[in-house]
Design a protein around this ligand. Structure first.
Ligand SMILES: [Zn+2]
Length: 457
């Protein structure tokens, strides 16, 4: 890989692959299902942690001035600590203003999230929860997405200012919120994004015309590819979960320490989302199961006019990514509906001492790169191989099948039920191991926040 021509070849190949691979960029589907389990039994589930609901406008009205300097410090932190960080332009730095609507707009711009973000006062209900006498909120009031199965199947309720709710419900609901559109369409070359002036630059990978793929570089962390891959495809360095996590963690800490516990838990949930995304192997590895030499060979064939291999490998990786999430989501949702908290996946998330080779280490920002994403990256090839061996070939080895599209109602749980007990066990064990990491990292991260939250209401 010495010539720029080779670099260009690999770069083009990866760009083409990523435009497809990045499509199902929700990582785990419905993070709330995992967060409820991960944080049950912690302070978040304690009655004393109940919080009073507060609107964003009210929070900003009280804390606006303090947030100006806090966000300025945060920007300095990001510039110094996030590799390849796209600086926030100074002209959108947060300046509080007495006009509540303008104040919220300015805050959203300073966070550089989608200006159409709805941010209602709401909670998600657990699957199977009794929704009678509840103020149901249509899913379209919560999300900008049109096709997310897990959002459409979820139930949401509207909250009123000043009512009291359980902290666990706030943080669990918020942990799914970054998948409702906060990071959609922010790149300079996305439709209608020029006027935002967010300064993120051109979308590093994924198809800029496809809405859901535009959030991928914030929800994925490609930190552990081989040097040759980065040399060829420098754009893979431009993934920013570290920026999102630290930003929301900082806001959460401030909210807790100034008596705005509702926003403390909600911002913590936003940060938690990105931590959890990085426990998904397909979010920390560009192409699980595909070696760099194989990528080059496939690309060489492509250049000679044989396009099938390239198209096929893209489709297979995409299908496996989607198959894993379909199974995780359907199984966890079914367990909630049965009220079966002994289900292997739910139990794995709850376990407290099971993360492999993990002496308890307090959370620090460097863990995002050096520990959380490294673990799931290390599991990527085995996870991919397991899916290949266990699931019927149609779903993960047939490039003409598009998982989630060919059969929109495909339920991997039903598929699994038709397989041998041994195959079912392999699937359960692999996904349970990933869920252990999901749970353990969620708790470790929240432990960095909880001491601040105990005294405030
Ligand atoms: Zn996500």
């Amino acid at each position: 890989m010495k010539t720029s021509r080779h670099s260009l070849i690999l770069s083009n190949l990866l760009a083409a692959m990523l435009s497809i691979v990045a499509l199902p960029a929700a990582a785990w589907s419905n993070h709330a299902l995992g967060t409820w389990q991960a944080l049950s039994g912690t302070l978040a589930s304690d009655k004393t942690a109940d919080v009073r609901v507060e609107s964003l406008a009210s929070f900003l009205h009280t804390e606006g001035r303090a947030l100006e300097s806090l966000l300025q410090q945060e920007e300095q932190w990001a510039r110094a600590n996030v590799p390849e960080y796209p600086q926030r332009p100074d002209n959108i730095a947060y300046r509080s203003t007495p006009d509540a609507t303008q104040n919220t707009k300015k805050f959203i711009a300073a966070l550089r999230i989608n200006p159409h973000a709805k941010l209602p006062l709401y909670l998600q209900l657990q699957p199977g929860a009794d929704a009678r006498d509840k103020r149901l909120l249509p899913w379209s009031e919560v999300t900008m997405l049109q096709h997310s199965m897990s959002v459409i199947n979820a139930q949401f309720i509207r909250l009123q200012e000043n009512e009291t709710v359980a902290a666990l419900d706030v943080v669990a609901s918020a942990s799914d919120e970054p998948d409702y559109g906060l990071d959609l369409g922010l790149w300079n070359n996305n439709p209608n994004a020029q006027t935002l002036g967010y300064g993120f630059g051109k979308q590093p990978f994924g198809n800029p015309a496809l809405e859901y793929s535009t959030q991928a570089p914030f929800h994925m962390g490609f930190f552990h590819e081989s040097p040759i891959v980065y040399q060829a495809a420098g754009f893979l360095r431009r993934t920013y979960p570290e920026y999102r996590i630290h930003l929301y963690q900082t806001l959460s800490r401030h909210a807790f320490s100034t008596g705005h516990a509702y926003w403390g838990w909600r911002f913590a949930g936003w940060a938690l989302h990105y931590v959890q995304d990085l426990t998904q192997p397909y979010h920390t590895t560009v192409l699980p199961g595909v070696s760099v030499p194989r990528m080059l060979w496939i690309n060489a064939l492509d250049l000679m006019g044989f396009h099938d291999s390239k198209r096929d490998v893209i489709m297979l990786v995409s299908n496996r990514h989607a198959a894993l999430e379909n199974y995780q989501y359907r199984r966890m949702r079914a367990a909630y509906l049965r009220k079966d908290h002994e289900d292997a996946l739910l139990r794995a998330i709850q376990a407290t001492t099971t993360m492999p080779a993990s002496p308890a280490q307090p959370y620090s920002p460097s863990q995002v790169r050096q520990r959380i994403s490294l673990q799931s990256h290390a599991a990527a090839n085995d996870t991919d191989a397991m899916l290949e061996h266990v699931l019927p070939a149609k779903y993960i080895s047939d490039p003409h099948y598009i998982l989630g599209e060919t059969e929109p109602d495909l339920d991997m749980l039903t598929v699994l039920a038709s397989l041998t007990p041994e195959q079912q066990t392999r699937m359960t064990n692999t996904v349970a191991d990933l869920m252990k990491n999901f749970g353990a990292h969620s708790r470790t991260f929240m432990q960095a926040m909880l001491p601040l939250s105990s005294a405030q209401k």
